[in-house]
Design a protein around this ligand. Structure first.
Ligand SMILES: Cc1cc2nc3c(=O)[nH]c(=O)nc-3n(C[C@H](O)[C@H](O)[C@H](O)COP(=O)(O)O)c2cc1C
Length: 171
């Protein structure tokens, strides 16, 4: 059995969190792939892209304008410089993804963490539920420093622990 962590990231913060979540999962003995959303292969017809033996799918991206990034917010991010996810975003992938049929799923985002802010993870969780995923944990937000400053102190460690927690819900 394996786990897959799919992420979108502009400035590398969400990538760092995704890699730590994956390391936490893997530390429980579950082999884990970390996949940037632009590398998720499909034939455009809701093709399966993960192996049959996936036990857990985790999806995470940056919060943009209180939700998922859009073509417009990604263009705005590119004005800051080179970005990690230059090809596509989770919004486009989730809109075309095949139903996941009761697969255990979890969603996270990275954000400044403003108290009244919306979160991309809530939208990701909704989309995964619509694809018939089984949510194993509430959507989780990991805080970053400013727009491009990477995860806040302690958040990479918390992501590792969260990954371990996810495994405990599926075993
Ligand atoms: C266009 C844009 C809109 C953003 N909107 C929000 C927001 O509404 N709330 C928030 O907390 N952070 C917001 N942020 C900050 C991002 O969440 C932050 O840049 C991201 O978590 C960094 O992750 P990354 O390095 O993987 O891109 C925004 C960033 C950009 C570029």
């Amino acid at each position: 059995m394996t786990a897959i962590v799919v992420f979108e990231s502009m400035f590398g913060g969400t990538q760092a969190v995704a890699e730590s979540v994956a390391a936490g999962i893997a530390s429980c003995g579950l082999p884990t792939d970390v996949v940037e959303v632009g590398r998720v292969v499909g034939d455009g017809e809701r093709a399966p892209w993960w192996p049959d033996d996936v036990l857990l799918l985790v999806v995470g991206g940056p919060t943009h304008r209180r939700g998922l990034s859009t073509g417009e917010t990604r263009a705005s991010a590119r004005e800051h410089g080179e970005v990690v996810s230059a090809l596509t975003g989770l919004d486009r992938w989730l809109a075309s993804a095949r139903a996941v049929r009761e697969l255990p799923v979890a969603a996270f985002d990275t954000a400044w963490g403003t108290p009244d802010g919306g979160a991309a993870s809530a939208v990701i969780a909704e989309r995964l539920l619509a694809l018939h995923g089984r949510l194993v944990a509430p959507p989780e937000t990991f805080r970053v420093v400013g727009t491009a400053g990477g995860p806040s102190a302690g958040e990479v460690d918390r992501a590792w622990e969260w990954g371990r927690h996810l495994v405990s819900t599926v075993r």
